[in-house]
Design a binder for this molecule. Structure first.
Ligand code: AR6
Length: 207
């Protein structure tokens, strides 16, 4: 059993195209959470149906931060695909806490799941909204038979969510889906966030 899981971890490191250290934490017998530093636009699991998560805004037509990087790497077809997502109110394609899926176009990952985290200082219940962004993203992934998914630290940039509190919400919500995905990854751009989130994963995933 130990041997098998060490082999799985080694195989996965080899398949993550942005390389670097990848740390694996089992969620169940068939599923694991992986932590790595890096650029989410480079992430994919070769040959699989996979998705990266875009921390978008409600308009869903691009922006700064990870959203800007994802749109640049995916090419102009991504914004065109986003434009075809129906507005549920003027200027709102994806309300805070919900998720929408598009193809990945020029990205290595086959899909992008766009979700909108809360603006920390403006949301009445930021923890509930952030949990809902993770939960709805995972539900959309499941509906689309996506077994491999990579998240950035949703709301931890422009939207101002404290890193430690965001980690608790992110990890607790992923733990609600122990059997639905082969691999759930965090690809974290900021070394500070990576350190804080790694400590939190160890705390929340130890038995
Ligand atoms: N790969 C992984 N993580 C990244 C990358 C990358 N290439 N680039 C930035 N990050 P943010 P938010 C990290 O601001 O707080 C946009 O303008 C970044 O270091 O991208 O949810 C949208 O259009 C931070 O830790 O998203 C919205 O208007 C994390 O990704 C708004 O920002 C999230 O930071 C959303 O704000």
């Amino acid at each position: 059993r130990l041997c098998a899981s060490a082999m799985d971890a080694a195989a996965t490191v080899g398949r993550v195209s942005n390389g670097g250290g990848v740390v694996r934490f089992p969620l169940s017998a068939s599923s694991a959470l992986f932590m790595q530093k890096g650029d989410i636009t480079k992430w994919s699991i070769d040959g699989s149906t996979d998705a990266i998560v875009n921390p978008a805004n409600e308009r869903m037509l691009g922006g700064g931060g990870a959203d800007g990087a994802i749109h640049r790497a995916a090419g102009p077809q991504l914004v065109e695909a986003c434009r075809t997502v129906p507005e549920i109110r003027p200027g709102v394609r994806c309300p805070t806490g919900e998720a929408r899926i598009t193809p990945g176009f020029m990205l290595p990952a086959s899909h992008v799941i766009h979700t909108v985290g809360p603006i920390y200082s403006a949301d009445i219940n930021p923890a509930a909204s952030l949990a809902s962004a993770y939960r709805n993203t995972l539900m959309v992934a499941k509906e689309n038979n996506i077994q491999y998914i990579a998240f950035p630290a949703i709301s931890c940039g422009v939207y101002g969510y404290p890193y430690d509190e965001a980690a608790t919400v992110a990890i607790s919500t992923i733990k609600e889906f122990p059997n639905d995905f082969k691999e759930v990854h965090f690809v974290l751009f900021s070394p500070d966030i990576y350190d804080i989130w790694s400590n939190k994963v160890e705390e929340l995933l130890k038995d």
